[in-house]
Design a protein around this ligand. Structure first.
Ligand code: CO
Length: 468
């Protein structure tokens, strides 16, 4: 095996603060660091997508499109990278193909270079429209498999997903280990199998989280097995539930054939700066930066962020003492429902069902006594094909004798762009841009509030409009 420099994707501007500080980093925090970040020599800077778009308009009063343009204007050397939830774009449901096409095109036009596209169920049909749009727009398309552990998730099953993505025309492949479950020797074995199948046809990127305390060791074995790119976050926004710290990873490979060649002195300066940013954000929003390693996440097979969320929700429901019951119920629900990987939105769907089941049982009622619409839709196939069949008796409880759909879910969604634009115009907005329409299509209520507040330059509101 020929060794080569390992390349790094820096995530401090996206996953780093999404994981450590609830996606609250503002443009003003990023700007002073951009030139230095751009000089490091990263393979890409992940800086947009994921939860950042939602957070911009919901919490930070920022126009996400303007953020993208500002980032592009200040990053002359380093490719910009974003995370996209396939047909769900940056929202929580399937959008129409014309919305997907327009979004990807506009992302490219506003400065995006590389788009990482995933689907919560690893259903390639939910990634197809975005991949095609990316190829058409001329952006680097990174096809993605989300990593999870179950009896049906084998190396062969992941290779099969990768094969389908390759046929759709991807430029590189990402293994996305959002909960940090991937153990070092499993990574080695998976990467070797992928290399065996695909040779050097495309670069493989491993994206992991430090959540279970495994990711640095996992990166080491994966790089030795032939991974080309790994994702890291500068130390103030690294470790815990985020990526391994960039500086530590640089040290790990220093002086070896995999040496990143990146300058640690420059990184120290950046780390000092971002340590200040971390404090500023934590103070402003009253947040405690995530700092724990949670090995139990691997046992319960749930994303790190869900542990604290579940704890808080149970407290509010007066069920704090039921925490471990819910944790134990989670893998049972997951098995009942055909082992979906747990990532937005399936993590929320399975989590809610587990909590409800524990509540029902504590009241002497059966599990699945009632089920939320999202659980029904998951069983109906409306989120895509589940990795395994739903248990027949559970399916019966949830949807009776209904037959789940087997076609691509987005085939049922009619074109939306014109309708969304007409909607906005009917509400009295003028000068609506395609970007505005996309913001509105993904987050209707929040977008309206944002537009109301910013009459210009995003949209120009007719002043005598009385509202709905
Ligand atoms: Co991540």
């Amino acid at each position: 095996m020929s060794a080569k420099r390992v390349r790094l994707v820096e995530t401090v501007l996206r996953d780093g603060h999404q994981s450590i500080l609830a996606t609250r980093m503002r443009m003003k925090h990023m700007l002073p660091a951009l030139q230095q970040l751009d000089e490091i020599g990263y393979d890409a800077l992940e800086c947009w997508g994921g939860a950042t778009f939602d957070s911009c308009i919901r919490f930070l009063d920022e126009n996400p499109w303007e953020r993208l343009r500002t980032l592009k204007a200040n990053l002359k050397n380093t490719p910009l990278q974003m995370l996209l939830r396939g047909q769900n774009l940056l929202g929580y449901k399937h959008y129409a193909d014309d919305v997907v096409e327009a979004f990807v095109r506009k992302a490219k036009e506003n400065g995006m270079d590389r788009i990482r596209i995933f689907d919560a169920l690893n259903d390639p049909r939910n990634m197809r429209a975005a991949i095609e749009a990316g190829n058409k727009a001329g952006v680097h398309v990174q096809g993605t498999m989300v990593y999870t552990i179950s009896p049906v998730h084998t190396n062969e099953s992941f290779v099969k997903v990768a094969r389908e993505l390759k046929e759709m025309g991807i430029d590189s492949l990402c293994i996305k280990d959002m909960s940090g479950l991937l153990a070092p020797y499993d990574a080695e074995s998976l990467v070797k199998d992928l290399r065996k199948e695909f040779g050097d046809k495309f670069d493989i990127d491993l994206h992991s989280h430090f959540t279970c305390g495994l990711a640095s060791a996992t990166y080491l074995k994966a790089v030795e097995a032939g991974v080309d790119i790994i994702d890291t976050a500068l130390s103030p926004f690294g470790h815990a539930t985020s990526q391994p710290a960039t500086e530590s990873i640089v040290e790990i490979f220093k002086g070896t054939p995999y040496d990143t060649g990146l300058d640690l002195a420059k990184m120290r300066e950046l780390a000092t700066y971002f340590r200040g940013v971390r404090k500023e954000i934590a103070d402003e929003f009253g947040l405690t930066p995530a700092h724990e390693v949670l090995p139990e996440v691997r046992h319960y097979q749930i994303p790190g962020g869900m542990l604290s969320n579940t704890q808080n929700q149970l407290k509010e429901m007066g069920m704090a003492d039921k925490f471990f019951d819910v944790m134990d119920e989670m893998p049972r629900v997951r098995e009942d429902l055909g082992f979906p990987p747990l990532v937005t939105p399936t993590s929320q769907i399975v989590g809610t069902m587990a909590m409800m089941n524990v509540l029902f049982q504590s009241q002497g009622n059966p599990r699945y006594m009632t089920t939320p619409a999202e659980v029904k839709d998951l069983v109906r196939g409306k989120y895509g094909a589940l990795p395994a069949a739903v248990k027949p008796e559970i399916k019966e409880l949830i949807i009776g004798d209904e037959t789940p759909i087997t076609h691509r879910p987005a085939d049922d969604v009619a074109p939306e762009m014109e309708k969304m634009r007409a909607d906005l115009e009917a509400k009295g907005f003028t000068g609506v841009t395609e970007e505005d329409v996309l913001t509105y299509a993904m987050f209707p209520e929040v977008a309206l509030q944002y537009f109301e507040k910013h009459a210009t330059p995003v949209t120009q509101k007719v002043l005598n409009y009385k509202g709905e």
